[in-house]
Write a protein that binds this ligand. Structure first.
Ligand SMILES: [Zn+2]
Length: 234
């Protein structure tokens, strides 16, 4: 067995992929316990699953083989793909979520997540820009893993894009329409504009999530696109 996986609990909730793996989607379970989450992720009636669940104690359970399509993202969109489940590996983090008491993710859980994501990214040659949260791919419906997920720490391991530090001067977007076009170009579904802005803030400027397009998030988005165009941010 993969040394990063502590146990197997096969879920019946999967089918065949129609796309190669090119993304990792990180979730929280929003449940009382890892055991309750595993029950649900294996329940045919629930019709949901993920490839992995990591408990708060750092135990990694595999539910669905990586070559199969797990059912974690639901109706989603990222960089032109609507079938995110077909294109991704889904990782559920055992956590009470916003509904049951939002709090920091545990150190043991993060310590188990890092090598798992590193191994997945390497095996499937996944670009850093495609290691995302559920809220990034379903901004109108989802807010997990949320503003306390330590993206900055994951970025230190080179496993997702870092928040741009140095922002170029100037204000690149004349109006909100231009901002939304750019946001879509970066990857987000902007059908619900305000929710898309909130999702962007949750990921890139978590200290203020208000759905308002302000100068700081305009500058962050512009920098992210510049870095990508220059090939710094695959
Ligand atoms: Zn989720």
């Amino acid at each position: 067995m993969d040394e990063l996986v502590h146990r197997e609990r096969p879920s019946p909730n999967f089918n065949e992929r129609t796309l190669p793996v090119s993304m990792v989607v990180i979730h929280y379970t929003e449940m009382e316990s890892a055991e309750a989450a595993l029950e649900r992720l294996c329940d045919p009636e629930a019709g949901v699953s993920a490839h992995y669940l990591i408990s708060e104690a750092g135990e990694v359970t595999r539910l669905v083989p990586e070559d199969k399509r797990a059912w974690h993202a639901g109706a989603s969109y990222w960089r032109g793909h609507k079938d995110v489940n077909s294109a991704s590996i889904g990782i559920e983090l055992d956590h009470p979520g916003h509904a049951l008491g939002y709090r920091d993710f545990s150190e043991a859980q993060f310590a188990a997540l890092v090598p798992l994501v590193a191994r997945i990214v390497k095996d499937h040659d996944i670009p850093r820009a495609n290691v995302v949260g559920h809220s990034d791919v379903a901004p109108a419906r989802k807010i997990d893993p949320g503003e306390l997920f330590p993206w900055d720490r994951l970025a230190e391991y080179g496993l997702c894009l870092p928040r741009p530090e140095k922002l170029e001067l100037g204000d690149p977007f004349d109006n909100d329409g231009a901002f939304y076009l750019a946001l879509e170009r970066f990857g987000y579904d902007v059908t619900d504009g305000r929710k898309a802005v909130e999702a962007f803030q949750r990921r890139w400027r978590p200290e203020r999530i208000d759905g308002e397009i302000d100068g700081q998030i305009r500058a962050i988005l512009f920098q992210l696109l510049l870095d990508r165009d220059r090939g710094h941010a695959r």
